[in-house]
Design a protein. Structure first.
Length: 85
């Protein structure tokens, strides 16, 4: 729920401030605020994006290998203890 808080200080949650509830913003105002925030974002360049993507993919492959290895070892251990075909 988006609320219009321009010119007001936010109260602590759960504590009554003696004021009425804040009015909801209109969808148009919400959209304008979203666009204004997105203009502040420093978007990564293409080579940065490729670097970040490669780092994530390498990390995911390593984690998949670790989890698969642990799964294999634990399966072998459980089958050795409880017997299995």
């Amino acid at each position: 729920m988006a609320i219009d808080t321009r010119g007001e200080t936010a109260g602590r949650p759960g504590r009554p401030t003696g004021e009425k509830k804040a009015k909801r913003t209109s969808p148009a105002l919400f959209y304008r605020q979203v666009v204004a925030e997105l203009r502040k974002v420093i978007w990564p360049r293409r080579n940065d994006l490729v670097s970040y993507t490669m780092v994530v993919l390498v990390f995911v492959v390593i984690m998949v290998g670790i989890v698969a290895g642990l799964d294999f070892l634990l399966t072998k251990g459980v089958l050795a203890i409880f017997g299995g075909s």
